[in-house]
Design a binder for this molecule. Structure first.
Ligand code: F6P
Length: 454
């Protein structure tokens, strides 16, 4: 291959530039040209095909900085409709006109579903990204456990597989470590204010229906972690909160945005998106939980302990929000994201199509990159499901990560932060120039490099 394309689809993550960087570096080594498409699939849908040459003269353009969060190429939640062959024809004509012979899509489960229409006609490889860490499988046969009822709604059979970390497909995805870093720091910070004011904090974290971010937030030492995979049982929860409150006069609870009640209903509300994986936008879980606790614990409980204050004054909610999706990626994410980007280029060169680059882990070898056929992530009906956190990672009684969950987290986080991550804060945050000079956006520079089809 002489020329390939790359794009970033779906929600952004902090490690996207690192993946692009790894891909551009590897393409240059292989003497391949690489073009970046602007704002994900939206570029391909645009007749002018906005694009940037990322390695003119086989040199990485200087704007591409692996330590920058977000994506210099821009991202969008636009996907290709699966039922419009005419549109795919048009896209292929455009790519052909540009001389692009293969495509790398950096994305998650939605992107993998979305790139499908192209794979019959052009080699396409997915390089993974998601802060939710829900792209992959807990074990290779997981997709076979899905079945559909008469109304075509999906359900899951109870698994008979003995879980083994080494059998996970895509152990961890770039973006997750940085999101957990940010979340754990947020938890630590909320703690001291909850402690000082004798309050109960509920901190909502992202992750949709997968509890990985909540699980990882345990590094910030919350008292209680609630994950979407395990329904909230209000009585034991209230009992645990009261025990803790009586002892330490503050409680910090982390809840995933997708937590459900005992009937399996989401505590927050959900809103449909354009994502072909069926991903929804979730909001309000922590607020609902707060309302439940206010009702169950009542003002009496607090007024005797907080000199007349109400339950609503004592229980507060904070969302970590988009800070967990933005900013500088930590060392773990940068390093493996760029390796995955490089591997994606190798895979195109070796003739892979409809395949995924994965980050595997083994007790002997640690982390290593590998390839996995896209179809092996699909169920019988072709759907890719977000990977739930494996049930064994969570201790329902203690409402904390289990030993298996701890064993899962350790390889990722033990050396996740580099010295330069810390030095970066020291050198840049209180730089006097920050007060005087306007922010210089990478978009301003990339805009100067955008070209269009004639
Ligand atoms: O999938 C990543 C994610 O950050 C989820 O954790 C979250 O639910 C969703 O995207 C939020 O999407 P957006 O910020 O694009 O509305």
């Amino acid at each position: 291959m002489k020329r390939i394309g790359i794009l970033t689809a779906g929600g952004d993550t902090p490690a996207l530039n690192a993946t692009i960087y790894g891909a551009v570096l590897r393409a240059s080594q292989l003497r391949m040209e690489i073009f970046g498409f602007i704002k994900g699939f939206s570029s391909l849908l645009n007749p002018r095909l906005p694009h940037v040459h990322l390695n003119p003269l086989l040199q990485v353009i200087p704007e591409l900085d692996a330590t920058l969060g977000g994506t210099g190429l821009g991202a969008s939640r636009d996907y290709l409709p699966g039922d419009d062959p005419g549109l795919v024809d048009e896209i292929l004509v455009r790519l052909d006109q540009l001389g692009v012979e293969g495509l790398i899509c950096i994305g998650g489960d939605g992107t993998l579903n979305g790139l499908q229409p192209l794979t019959e006609r052009l080699p396409v490889v997915l390089a993974p990204k998601t802060i939710d860490n829900d792209l992959g499988l807990n074990y290779p046969s997981e997709p076979d456990e899905w079945y559909r009822d008469d109304g075509e709604a999906y359900h899951r059979k109870e698994s008979k597989v003995v879980f083994n970390q080494e059998h996970m497909v895509n152990y961890v995805t770039p973006g997750y470590a940085t999101a957990v870093f940010d979340t754990a720091m947020g938890v630590e910070r909320v703690r001291t204010t909850a402690e000082s004011h004798r309050r109960i904090a509920i901190i909502e974290v992202m992750g949709r229906h997968s509890g990985y971010i909540s699980l990882g937030s345990a590094y910030g030492r919350p008292d209680i972690v609630l994950v979407p995979e395990c329904p909230v049982r209000i009585d034991p929860l209230v009992e645990r909160i009261q025990d803790l409150y009586d002892l330490q006069k503050n409680v910090v609870i982390v809840c995933g945005e997708g937590i459900v009640d005992e009937e399996g209903n989401e505590l927050g509300s959900s809103q449909q998106t354009t994502d072909p994986a069926g991903n929804v936008i979730l909001s309000g879980a922590a607020e609902s939980l707060r309302a439940m606790l206010i009702e169950r614990m009542g003002d009496n409980y607090f007024s005797s302990r907080r000199r007349g204050e109400s339950a609503s004054a004592a229980i507060f909610v904070r969302k970590v929000g988009h800070t967990q999706r933005g900013g500088r990626p930590v060392l773990f994410d940068r390093f493996y994201a760029s390796k995955l980007g490089g591997k994606a280029v190798d895979m195109l060169q070796e003739g892979h199509n409809n395949a995924v680059v994965v980050l595997q882990w083994g007790r002997e070898q640690g982390f290593y990159v590998d390839s996995f056929a896209g179809h092996r992530l699909r169920d019988r009906w072709g759907q890719i499901h977000a990977r739930p956190m494996h049930a064994s990672f969570y201790d329902e009684e203690r409402m904390k990560p289990s030993q298996v969950g701890i064993d899962y987290l350790l390889p990722i986080f033990t050396s996740a932060i580099g010295h330069d991550d810390v030095e970066h804060i020291r050198h840049t945050l209180f730089d006097s120039g920050n007060l005087m000079l306007p922010y210089h956006s990478i978009n301003t520079d990339i805009n100067k490099r955008i070209r269009y089809l004639q």
